[in-house]
Design a protein around this ligand. Structure first.
Ligand code: IMP
Ligand code: MG
Length: 178
């Protein structure tokens, strides 16, 4: 049982097998929607790194990958204040862009990123979020591809962290007080 800083893992929410199946479905849908085209995939660090790796390897269209890093999260509450810690190196002007996010919570992160990228005049910007907590939405954002919707409960694993911990888990689990 993994325990860190007074927290322990709760029940599994999505197993590695279930995740693999769902990521395959998302990749098939994205590949079909962009068939005959190409895609610039932008991963929002750090939480989306595992999802990105699995999803891009299952895409059948030509893809380039770039990264954006920003964080607002202190502990388990979103502050709405952002700090960039990694910048893209690829031009997205006149490109089809797909943003990859680990989880859409209040929507503030995605809103901030979409507004920032729109200034570079891409052909299109779509969003793919591995998890979505629609109940928590504060800022309206379009999400074009969603892995799973979940209720308002903090989860970790498959790239999602608590203070940097638990990203390594191959499944998604809740976090409980130890
Ligand atoms: P938003 O800006 O409120 O939508 O927050 C999005 C970010 O909050 C995500 O990229 C995650 O880093 C973090 N986050 C939100 N909910 C969870 C969760 O349940 N587990 C881990 N991280 C979360
Ligand atoms: Mg995070």
């Amino acid at each position: 049982m993994m325990r860190v800083d007074g927290w322990r893992l709760g029940d599994p929410v999505f197993t590695a097998d279930r995740i693999a199946t769902r990521v395959g479905e998302l990749a098939a849908a994205i590949s079909a929607d962009y068939a005959g085209d190409e895609l610039t995939v932008i991963s929002i660090l750090k939480g989306s790194y595992i999802f990105l790796a699995d999803l891009t390897r299952a895409l059948s269209i030509p893809v380039r990958v770039d990264f954006l890093g920003l964080s607002s999260y202190v502990g388990a509450e979103s502050s709405g204040e952002f700090e960039w810690n990694a910048r893209m190196t690829t031009s997205i002007r006149d490109r089809q862009v797909l943003l990859i996010e680990d989880i859409a919570d209040t929507g503030r992160t995605l809103r901030h990123v979409i507004d920032h990228l729109a200034a570079d005049e891409p052909l299109s910007i779509r969003v793919c979020a591995f998890l979505d907590k629609p109940m928590r939405r504060v800022v309206d954002i379009p999400i074009d591809y969603v892995g799973f919707e979940i209720p308002d409960h903090f989860v970790v694993g498959y790239g999602l962290d608590y203070e940097g911990w638990f990203r390594q888990l191959p499944h998604i689990a809740t976090l409980e007080r130890a």
